[in-house]
Design a protein. Sequence first.
Lengths: 181, 280
Amino acid sequence: MQSSAPIDDAADVALAASGDRRAFERLYRAHVNRVFSLCTRMCGSKVRGEELTQDVFVRAWEKLPQFRGDAQFSTWIHRVAVNIVLTDRKNEARSRKRLVEDEAESGETPLQRASVTPGYGDRMDITAAMEMLPPGARQIFVLHDIEGYKHEEIAEMCGITAGGSKAQLHRARLLLREALK
Amino acid sequence: MMKDDRMTCAECDELLSGYFEDDLEPRARAEVEAHAAGCARCHGLVRDIDGIRSSAAALSDLAPSRDLWQGIEARIQPSVVSIAAPRGGARISRRWLAAAAAGLVIATSGVTYLATASFLGAGRDRAGQSRPAVQTERVAGATIGAPSAGQDPATPERAGAAEVTTGAGAPVLGGERAPRNSYVGLASRVAAPPATASELALSGEIARLQAVLRERRTELDATTVKVVEDNLALIDLAVRQARAALARDPASGFLSGQLDNALQKKVNLLRTVAMLPSST
């Protein structure tokens, strides 16, 4: 994934791993915006993004003793965030199976439905358009085009093939283009 | 759509994904570029997708609308780590939670009852007449963020029934409305024993955990919430019984230990529930 601004987290990571909540709060302050951005863009909702961000840091606190320092803390916590969001999506998909089925039956995504509304695309920016992408396509677009993950990494995280990831990405870009025209 | 000697627009479309992912052989890539250079439709497509990629990569970070740290901090109390330890992916089942809570309540209540009955029996002997034992007190305040059904949040509590929890209405002590979570008010009463150090230490944590639970109430399974509330009510009953016994025998280290133990059990239960996964 794309490199982040160099942040020397090592000392705080070590302290937090030993139970120092002040150190963990410093890590939170340093990384909350990136984690929140990832969560919000992947799930398509700021409110849910905030909830997921809290879940991410709670999970990070639990898992921190297992963090070996092989990667940067920013990379590690982003991976934690991706897993949290993907798990949340699976849970949500189960609870909203009917909605998913409805969408599949109609063969139309929210973005496709919205894009036929007169004047819709005129005022839409990329952030708004992303929120209306189908969840799967949106998540892969965010992971690849914004967060910089490679298709092989995305495939591993999402449990799909690299080819599937590329296909979803291309679909997302085409849908965004339609919405932004 | 135009017809190109080397490639049609449909053929170009099929190769576009590979083109953007650098998956094409040099020859195929050159053909796409040559086609796009002479086709307004495909040229526009390539240009627009390039623009989308650039815009996405340039997006700046967002910021939450509020400080999320407080909610996180409440969920990462030190011992939460050990309770939430199912590192192998094991989850705390509802049945386990109910059984564990019921077990600790039975144990705590039983020991407290025995101690209380013994103490009151001795008091009756001394007085030469029977007097009411510790009265069964209405369980209140054991809800997560909302009063129990049929319970008036402002219903006064009986004197001596000081409440640890903050979820329901503020208890009334000696006819005066006491502040929520008020151990100070309890300790200041002549008949009540002073709050123990553990009580004072745990009251804040209980309040924080209950605040977390109030936030999470809608996320949790309704049956789980019901089980938790029922068990919290039982723990609170045990707490009150221990406190009532302690009021009559303030010097009893055993009763003090029982009270602290019951409060600690309550904290443990609240922490466990705070870490339960959402029902979604």
